[in-house]
Design a binder for this molecule. Structure first.
Ligand code: UD1
Length: 349
């Protein structure tokens, strides 16, 4: 049995690792890396650090407008799928690489399996929301991490092929913490908040990005800010000098282990990432999400994760409030990848 898996952006390399492990000895995996993320520390470092097989195909699509990026990916993915004739195609999450892979598979009538299906922000201005809604509606198997995601799909009339299997990122966090793999990656710094900000609504406007950075500058603990290339490029195009922010220490995008180690050693996370809201929860770190809404509503229970957007002046106070407890079963037990592989094999047979 032969499956093509489409990856392309940083969070997808992470999600692919447990899936690749679960496929070993059961399914032949052909990996297509679209090249959406191409900097070494946005891409290659994850393959090296997690000891993943190199992609079978790399498309070098790179940056561009959404149409250009998605279109270029589709042209190349179509050729690969026609040549390799897989029994199914796996796509992860909600990036442009996800949508490109999903559209091609669907039009070629190849069974499509969506990992991390059913998530909704109900904000159609987010490219990710459009990508995930469209992908869900053309998928044959939809692997969802939570009951809310099952309900979201039901509300849109999607009930067939939906399996609640837990979250694939939890598989990896458990693997890493269970094997003490963060031990050698602890940062020297202590008593800091960790920050990652890259979403268009926080970065694509000079005033907004300045407001976010000035807020972090005023916090009562030092902020270590892992700088996504999008944020770095935009800050520079606005003429912002990052060295002017004395309370913020900007660092390059981190490897998977270093990123988790910063998070684990921090006093709290400030982010607009999707995946890091969950990672903060599993590592029992308070999270402030700089967004109006989240797809990961379960993390909002008991102040574990707080949404702030318009008025960021409450960040200091909110970071002080700790939840009473964390639900250790949130988004499954860390065994989702093998469940997905079993369902895929069953479906194809
Ligand atoms: C993409 C995903 C987003 C995900 C994020 C994780 C879409 C629509 N968005 O957003 O859901 O949270 O990845 O990182 O697919 N760049 C580089 N080097 C790189 C990659 C990007 O310099 O290796 C810069 C380029 O200037 C590029 C910009 O970052 O134009 C944005 O990259 P892109 O992949 O289009 O979207 P992300 O913002 O990273």
């Amino acid at each position: 049995m032969k499956i093509v898996a489409i990856i392309g952006a940083r969070p997808q390399f992470i999600k692919h690792f447990p899936f690749e492990l679960a496929c070993k000895g059961k399914v032949d995996l052909i990996t297509v890396h679209t090249g959406q993320h191409y900097d070494e520390n946005m891409s290659e470092i994850f393959f090296t650090q997690l000891n993943m097989s190199p992609p079978s195909f790399t498309l070098h699509v790179g940056s561009g407008s959404h149409g250009e990026q998605t279109g270029k990916m589709m042209i190349e993915i179509e050729k690969i799928i026609e040549d390799t004739k897989p029994d199914g195609v796996v796509v992860y999450g909600d990036t442009n690489s996800t949508l490109a892979g999903a559209l091609v598979a669907s039009k070629l009538h190849i069974p499509l399996f969506h990992i991390e299906a059913g998530l909704r922000s109900f904000n159609k201005k987010m490219p990710e929301e459009v990508n995930r809604v469209l992908t869900d509606h053309i998928s044959d198997l939809l692997f969802v991490p939570s009951g809310i995601a099952v309900q979201n799909l039901k509300d849109e009339g999607v009930e067939q092929g939906v399996y609640e299997v837990g979250d694939i990122m939890k598989d990896l966090v458990q693997y890493v913490t269970g094997n003490d793999l963060l031990r050698d990656h602890s940062p020297k710094e202590k008593n800091f908040y960790y920050a990652t900000i890259h979403r268009p609504y926080n970065t694509d406007d000079k005033e907004r990005l300045t407001y976010v950075l000035e807020t972090l500058e005023q916090l009562d603990k030092k902020v270590i800010f892992s700088l996504h290339p999008r944020t770095k490029n935009l800050a520079s195009s606005y003429g912002l000098n990052l060295k002017d922010y004395m309370n913020i220490c900007f660092i390059e995008p981190q490897s998977y282990f270093s990123n988790l180690a910063y998070l684990q050693n921090s006093e709290g996370l400030i982010t607009d990432s999707g995946g890091m809201q969950k990672e903060a929860y599993w590592l029992k770190r308070k999270c402030i999400t700089i967004r109006k809404e989240t797809e990961w509503k379960e993390t909002l229970v008991d102040h574990a994760n707080i949404l702030l957007f318009q008025d960021l002046s409450k960040i200091n106070d909110e970071l002080e409030k700790q939840p009473h407890s964390y639900n250790i079963n949130l988004y499954g037990q860390g065994s989702s990848a093998s469940k997905m592989v079993d369902k895929i094999i069953q479906f194809i047979n």
